[in-house]
Design a binder for this molecule. Structure first.
Ligand code: GDP
Ligand code: MG
Length: 182
């Protein structure tokens, strides 16, 4: 329609998890609508944004990526964790280590005040579901982990075109939840 909206709110969402789990690709899929040809492990904190109209309000979401600094956990600058509205934890379903390390990422977030009983919603994404894998992280164990940590679990793929709508709905649902919060 021709209706113009005034920007109502901006939400800062951080995406955390081990290197190469697909954080940048998920962010790119949601903000740019496609899978990127190549992602470079840029050093520095970076964000991508997208505006959406939800229930007649224009909202902007900024997805903050750790852009290659996962390897230097201690050097992730404090401002990355400041004024965060939601946290998206990501692991790779084909990489056990990335699942095991989620506990470290949760600890890291808690160190910065992002705890499970706060008003900051946290979700868990198991990415790369399109990849055939013998001993993938099972949905059951991921679900148990998510339950224990007060997070909703979503298994998806940033790459598979057939999952594009799913990625879209995961982030829109989160945005909708943020909109409901004061
Ligand atoms: P990041 O380090 O967590 O930001 O990971 P990237 O988004 O840079 O992705 C790391 C690698 O995994 C890249 O080679 C991507 O092409 C690939 N990748 C990311 N998401 C998927 C996915 O859903 N499926 C598959 N097969 N590959 C993916
Ligand atoms: Mg990245």
């Amino acid at each position: 329609s021709n209706k113009t909206y005034k920007l109502k709110r901006t939400f800062k969402v951080i995406i955390v998890g081990n290197a190469a789990v697909g954080k940048t690709c998920l962010s790119f899929r949601f903000c740019c609508g496609r899978f990127p040809e190549h992602t470079e492990a840029t050093i520095g904190v970076d964000f991508r944004e997208r505006s959406c109209v939800i229930e007649n309000e224009l909202l902007r979401v900024q997805l903050w990526d750790t852009a290659g600094q996962e390897r230097y956990r201690q050097s992730i600058v404090a401002h990355y964790y400041r004024n965060v509205n939601a946290v998206v934890f990501v692991y790779d379903v084909t990489c056990r280590e990335s699942f095991n390390d989620l506990a470290l990422w949760i600890k890291e977030c808690e160190k910065h005040g992002l705890v499970s009983d706060s008003e900051v919603p946290r979700i868990l994404i198991g990415n790369k579901c399109d990849v055939e894998c013998q001993n993938r992280v099972s949905t059951d164990e991921a679900q148990m982990f998510a339950d224990r940590n007060n997070m909703a679990l979503f298994e998806t793929s940033a790459k598979a075109a057939s999952e594009a709508d799913h990625v879209e709905s995961i982030f829109l649902t989160l945005l909708h939840k943020l909109q409901q919060s004061k």
